[in-house]
Design a protein around this ligand. Structure first.
Ligand SMILES: Nc1ncnc2c1ncn2[C@@H]1O[C@H](COP(=O)(O)OP(=O)(O)O)[C@@H](O)[C@H]1O
Ligand SMILES: [Mg+2]
Length: 250
């Protein structure tokens, strides 16, 4: 198995004009090929900062990070990234937002190969292709953002609370869809959530961060076989995992 993302002794301090804020004190996280890894931790502890560093939006940090075995500072590899707040462009229709990665890659002619129409249906966005972001719900915007991230075509996906604005039923559908594409398309996923049950259900491994400045205070392997069904949610093992994560967080 190949290592896709390796974060070693990552530290991050935000420096303002007057104040400095130590956000990440010592972060060590690994993501292996075809793995699904979640990060949970208190609000404001620095979770989004970690993904922004991996997406290269934040260039100042110390520590070592490799992506696909290459130093992030010199590698040209671009992981798929979905920010916590969806960044759909308000002047583009939903469809034009979704196919933006293909437009950027110059592969817009491949919409059929990627079965964009099928994916739009699967994401429950059919019929809304010509709507503008201001005309659709927060959940739909989030689903469009996830679909766009998927179409970036990278085998590493960085997802920052992608299901935060979804209602329970849509959330369950999207979780199952994500597990399916992980298998079908061989993706490796680094996933941020504040939902412990979601982290356990989806992940091979869960990292728990401390309050800011964040350190990893626990990592837990989730040993349910794949493909997984929702039956695991009512198993004894599930409760044990949940208990272990809650103890680390409280
Ligand atoms: N660009 C920035 N400049 C200064 N402080 C920031 C910046 N971005 C985030 N922060 C601060 O860093 C801390 C961690 O933020 P974030 O990574 O978004 O946390 P989380 O995603 O865990 O809620 C917060 O206190 C936030 O206010
Ligand atoms: Mg965040």
């Amino acid at each position: 198995m190949k290592i896709k993302v390796k974060i070693e002794n990552l530290k991050k301090v935000y420096t303002g004009k007057k104040e400095t804020l130590e956000v990440l004190r010592d972060i060590n996280i690994e993501l292996w090929e075809n793995q699904f890894v979640s990060i949970i931790g208190p609000s404001g502890c620095g979770k989004s900062t970690i993904l922004r560093i991996l997406a290269r939006l934040e260039k100042e940090f110390s520590g070592n990070i490799t992506i696909n075995g290459e130093d992030i500072k010199t590698s040209s590899y671009r992981p798929g990234y979905m920010p916590q707040k969806d960044l759909l462009m308000p002047w583009r229709t939903l469809y034009k937002n979704i196919v933006l990665p293909l437009e950027i890659n110059g592969t817009l002619k491949d919409v059929e190969k990627y079965d964009v129409a099928g994916l739009i249906r699967e994401f429950g966005l059919e019929g809304f292709e010509n709507y503008y972001p201001s005309e659709i719900s927060g959940g739909m915007k989030q689903r469009a953002g996830l679909l766009r991230t998927f179409l970036m075509g990278s085998d590493i996906m960085l997802l920052d609370e992608p299901f935060g604005a979804l209602d329970a039923i849509t959330r369950i559908n999207m979780q199952e869809w994500l597990l399916k594409i992980l298998v079908e398309h061989k993706k490796s996923v680094l996933f941020i959530t504040h939902d412990i049950e979601e982290a356990i259900f989806l992940s091979d491994k869960v990292y728990v961060l401390s309050d800011r400045p964040a350190c990893v205070i626990k990592d837990l392997d989730i040993e349910f076989p794949r493909p997984r069904s929702r039956e695991v949610l009512s198993s004894h093992k599930f409760l044990e995992y949940k208990d272990a994560l809650l103890k680390a967080l409280l």
